[in-house]
Design a protein around this ligand. Sequence first.
Ligand code: SF4
Length: 376
Amino acid sequence: MTDQRAVRQLRHDPADRPLITIWEVTRACALVCRHCRADAQTRAHPRQLTTEQGRALLADIAGFGTPYPIVVLTGGDPFERPDLAELVSYGTSLGLHVALSPSVTPRLTPDVLADLRAAGAVAMSLSLDGAAAATHDSFRGVPGVFDDTLRAARWVKEAGFRLQVNTTVTEANVAELPDVLRTVIGLDASLWSVFFLVPTGRGTALTPLSAPGVEDVLHWMHDVSDLIAVKATEAPHYRRVAIQRARGDHVELGELYQRLTAATASLRLGRTEQLRRPRPPIDVNSGRGFAFIDHLGDVYPSGFLPQRCGNVTEQGFRELYRTDPLLRSLRDPSAFHGKCGTCEFREVCGGSRSHAYAVTGDVLGSDPTCVYVAAS
Ligand code: SF4
């Protein structure tokens, strides 16, 4: 079923090791974002993992061996941790690729970026949730963060990091996506990650896209993937879309798709050639090539799936990842319920387990954000 040209497969068994491990090094953060998964706080939790526990975790992750998992240090705001450069340096000394996902606050300065780059961090992601200050600042809860983010993005590039821009899409800002795309291209980002809001944490106060809206956006993202590398976060059916497009399936798209496409046309003016080879989406999903460790060391299949699998201070992360019953069940699409369980794309897509859980309460249930119904 899988078209190798349309979807990248992992080069290793996802049951053996993750491709990406996210570690929430702290929940402390100066921002009060409306969609915050972590429900971040102004102060670090007194029981957040210590420097020594963090070093032990990084050593455990490095124990997977090559190819090493990519480690993303997130928060809260990871820049709230005084030992961040030490952790980055230790992780890179073990051979890990370490990326950072900070908040844009006064803690993000060219000097701090230079220190973290010198410590070995290779990539950094920043959030941009609108094409104008009014939209972005209202998401972030602090006036001025939009302009600060554009300035920070330039500093990140100047410091020598690969820049990723993350955009959370909801009903409120979906119309701005073409303008956000224009901004992201202007920032010379290497990757644009569009995150499909999961109604969990503070995100329950916002309105996620409808399933047809998600479908329109995914097809539009596929169209613009020759302008910039794109990634769909919490929408694994982007892989189904990529396969359907590669094999020339007829699909009915909605008015949102037409509007986004029309608004993007000016980006292509005078550029008839294919600008870049589209980057096929990679086949990972919650618990299957991906895992999340929170600030206390609790392990989850994803940061948006609040089903705890254990704690790294009680059981090694490697053992947990390989043996936890929930993580194992998430790697078995034949056990999924509803239409995801019978879908022809269940192996390569599998649906967003986070959306399924948030909406239905069944972690193995159908992804309610997908419109696809297999022909019977
Ligand atoms: S029905 Fe489920 S498995 Fe099939 S494409 Fe949609 S989300 Fe993916």
